[in-house]
Ligand binder design. Sequence first.
Ligand SMILES: [Zn+2]
Length: 216
Amino acid sequence: MPKQILPNKAEFTRLNQNLLRFGFRQIPDQEFVDKYKTLRLVAPRPREGGREVGFVFKANELKVTVWTTWLLREQRARGTDAAWVVISDEEKVFYFSHPIHRTKNFINNLLKQAWIAMARVKYRPRCRKCGQFMQITHGQGAKSCYWSCSNRYGHDNNKKVHLNWDYNLPIKAKQYLKRLRKKRAVYRKQRRALGLQVDVARKKRISWAFQKNKSL
Ligand SMILES: [Zn+2]
């Protein structure tokens, strides 16, 4: 694991400014209290230091939440933790990013993941057969995700419609993901060669969400 470098106030300000520029807004206190139950679904981790700053982007009946590890009251990064980007609606979580570790490119990595998740929601595809919004669906592995529409009765051939998870993403996002997936594949291969588990944190989080909302 690369060395941990916690972001400082100036770096957090840069994150804040960029997320607002993308169209995110900071989750306000009252909303945090109102949605606490729902938000707990996406933040099952120790609460050292109290509440952390989260950002939300909503479009096309989905929302992206960015958890930053930045503590609101204390104005510092939480000691041990990683940032996450989550796609959900008001009740269910559909997608977790890989955890984003506080290493030297933390802010840029988090901004890229936030921007890509935002693009997935902003350009959420509609089914070519019936016109309904397509749903985020999980395949076999922890990593496999795709868009689907199971409104068979609305389809002339009575079959489900599937689309690639990266469908509609800007070319820049696709290129970045291609490089990132290549890098992760090498990392996983190395860990397997050493007899170590892969994607532990993400699998744990996904199985936790599955237990909490069965219809994920
Ligand atoms: Zn359809």
